[in-house]
Design a protein around this ligand. Structure first.
Ligand SMILES: [Zn+2]
Length: 287
């Protein structure tokens, strides 16, 4: 048996070599290669003198000073972990470029160079085709959390209906993280909803879920955002938002609008629930 051992060992080594991943297949090497390449691309865009910080799949760049960059990266990481703990299962296998600017002029000048056009939003945006988030962080961190929610959800739930994509992202643009969880709070979108509830021009849930695609945006979108956001917030307050996420994601092929998923987490009582939601929304306060 002794004489056979070296042969067996040699076979093992050979087979181990044959199966060993090439450098490009090693996740750590792949990540490091991706970061090196992305950083070089980002330096071309924003300048090699920018500060760079890595936070999960996000490579953050800006001329904001090391402390501010550290703070934004830590916030991204906190929110990312919470979003994955509560909602998202799939992780991206690529990195996102995050460009942060301290004011409108610097942000808009970058947009012009980066996209060939002026900024379409004064706060920031996510460009899926380039896996890039571009922010005027001088307006606050809310839009960064909104856009990172879109970016991460795109990987976990590519067929997400537009109303829910915007509802969930909007929910977290004003949020706190504690105990590893993210929680949306009341924000500036509330008055739009409350005035529509008051004058009867509100959007019924059945109508809201019809907005799947570009029709969500444009004229009147303020009320659509507000309705979707506060529906998500109400589900959060009821402790049903995580369950709803799983149902709408896993059932999307048969339930593209998510109505069946909503009905299911509300035990089929959507009418009663909607009445309760309207009263709840009327009573919310935003200072
Ligand atoms: Zn959005």
């Amino acid at each position: 048996m002794r004489t056979k051992f070296p042969l067996a060992a040699a076979l093992l080594i050979t087979s181990a070599l044959a199966c060993s991943p090439s450098r490009a297949d090693d996740p750590k090497e792949k990540d490091s290669d991706q970061e090196t390449k992305l950083r070089s691309d980002m330096e071309d865009q924003i300048g090699a003198d920018a500060d760079f910080k890595r936070a999960g799949p996000f490579l953050v760049a800006g001329h904001l000073g090391a402390d501010a960059m550290e703070g934004h990266a830590a916030m991204l990481e906190r929110c990312r972990k919470a979003l994955h703990a509560q909602f998202f299962t799939k992780e991206p296998d690529f990195l996102y470029a995050v460009y942060l600017f301290p004011n409108h002029d610097a942000y808009d000048a970058f947009c012009l160079k980066f996209t060939g056009d002026h900024a379409s939003s004064k706060y920031g945006f996510y460009l899926p085709s380039r896996h890039a988030l571009v922010m005027n962080i001088g307006t606050g961190g809310g839009t960064l959390v909104h856009e990172m929610t879109h970016a991460l959800m795109e990987v976990d739930f590519p067929k997400v209906p537009t109303w829910f994509n915007e509802g969930l992202a909007s929910l977290f643009e004003q949020s706190t993280t504690a105990g590893g969880k993210i929680k949306g709070l009341v924000n500036w979108r509330l008055p739009t909803l409350q005035s529509a509830l008051k004058d009867g021009s509100f959007l019924e849930w059945k109508k809201l879920v019809e907005f799947n695609g570009p029709g969500f945006y444009g004229d009147g979108s303020g009320l659509r955002y507000a309705t979707a956001r506060y529906l998500c917030m109400w589900l959060q307050e009821k402790g049903k938002l995580e369950a709803f996420y799983v149902k709408i994601r896993d059932g999307v092929d048969k339930d593209a609008k998510g109505w069946e998923a909503l009905s299911s987490v509300l035990d089929g009582k959507t009418e009663e629930a909607e009445k309760e939601w309207r009263e709840w929304a009327k009573g919310l306060k935003w200072e």
